[in-house]
Ligand binder design. Structure first.
Ligand SMILES: [Zn+2]
Length: 250
């Protein structure tokens, strides 16, 4: 049974088929969507990312796989991923998603890849791409404590999570740490505006005063990791003891 819904901004066509639905929004042709995902929710997420990155997405295909096996054979990745974006097919493909809470950050992440491909083209270098998608999209945190214990490859030599010698975890963590370092040094939004049509790296030295990216990232990782294990000074220690005593007296 087909149901047609029109709104001022969206023309949504939704067909229901048991637990799966296919529908079309401004950003996406969605196939086999889980029942908890409405076209409106998907549109809201896409609109937020479009507004954040000042871009109207040219419609992409969004496909939900029913099984991990079917997703794995479509993705051909050598590490566990929740989704991937294929630039050649302009398609986002999802592994089976549990619920909206799991789906939302992943969808945001993949939409950054879509916009990076459609708007920034090759302005965003490969070593920055995953960090960029994590930082802007999924807001995944960097485990600086873990990174600081690793032998760090050069951030500027990162290529792809499935091919880098350091493995996919290193790729995502170091790339995201690099974006955090850049964003902590200069205005990342301004940098992105400048980068449209040109290499973002061309602006790093001029606007962010980052002369040597690799050594700057390595220093940044050490600095951030120290925040996890700040030794207590005698004054702080005495203060905490005093607080504990007060809370026991109450
Ligand atoms: Zn990604």
């Amino acid at each position: 049974m087909k149901r047609f819904t029109a709104s001022l901004f969206l023309l949504l066509v939704q067909t229901t088929n048991g637990h799966a639905a296919s529908f079309k929004t401004n950003c996406c042709n969605v196939e086999n969507a889980p029942e908890w995902l409405s076209s409106y929710t998907l549109s809201d997420i896409a609109t937020e990312m479009e507004s954040k990155l000042h871009w109207s997405i040219r419609r992409v295909k969004v496909v939900f796989h029913n099984t991990n096996q079917s997703f794995a054979s479509a993705s051909n990745l050598n590490f566990i991923a929740a989704a991937f974006f294929s630039p050649s097919r302009q398609a986002i493909e999802f592994s089976p998603q549990k619920d909206l809470a799991e789906f939302t950050p992943t969808f945001r992440h993949e939409l950054v890849h879509v916009i990076s491909n459609q708007k920034f083209k090759d302005s965003i270098p490969r070593w920055l791409e995953e960090g960029f998608a994590n930082y802007i999209g999924s807001k995944r945190k960097v485990d600086y404590k873990w990174l600081a214990k690793q032998s760090l490859p050069k951030a500027s030599q990162l290529s792809h999570p499935s091919t880098d010698d350091g493995g996919s975890k290193m790729h995502y963590q170091l790339s995201t740490a690099t974006v955090e370092m850049i964003a902590g040094t200069c205005n990342f939004d301004d940098l992105l505006m400048l980068a449209t049509g040109s290499k973002l790296t061309n602006y790093l030295e001029t606007f962010c005063k980052i002369k040597d990216l690799d050594s700057s990232v390595a220093e940044w990782v050490v600095k951030k990791s120290n925040g996890y294990a700040v030794p207590l000074s005698p004054i702080n220690f005495a203060f905490y003891l005093w607080m504990i005593q007060i809370s026991f007296k109450k």
